[in-house]
Design a binder for this molecule. Structure first.
Ligand code: ZN
Length: 131
């Protein structure tokens, strides 16, 4: 069988199963019939596709398969990491509740550990309340 005329499953380096087939067939937001190694055909919905590359002169792509139950869990950690990188040590000050930079650990009057902006951290602990 010609590898460039049908769509098959491939496993990526990260262990994810993707649909591998011609770019003219494997397209975002479309359902695609994928032939398993056993010869069975399974219909999957393609969420996104990777960059096309030529195989025997045909544009082939990896199609990332939509898994509705898994998508929200996978998306959340990525978004958090991105926020952390962008904000650096910035964030919401536990005392004045404003977005601040250069947050530092400090305790409030009850000894609760929080993150304060330099202005709030400079004041005495008994004036702070994070609860
Ligand atoms: Zn503050």
């Amino acid at each position: 069988m010609n590898t460039t005329t049908r769509t098959t499953f491939r496993k990526t380096k990260s262990g994810e199963w993707v649909a591998f087939g011609p770019a003219s067939i494997v397209r975002p937001r479309t359902s695609v019939r994928v032939t398993k190694r056993s010869g069975q055909v399974q219909t999957v919905i393609i969420e996104t596709v990777g960059r096309p590359f030529k195989v025997d002169g045909v544009d082939m792509v990896y199609g990332y398969i939509e898994r509705p139950s898994r998508a929200p869990r996978a998306a959340a950690p990525v978004a958090r990491q991105r926020d952390n990188r962008r904000e650096g040590k910035g964030g919401i000050c536990d005392e004045c509740d404003q977005p601040r930079r250069n947050l530092q650990e400090c305790r409030d009057s009850s000894g609760i550990l929080g993150l304060c902006c330099p202005r709030c951290a400079a004041g005495p602990a008994y004036e702070r309340s994070f609860a």
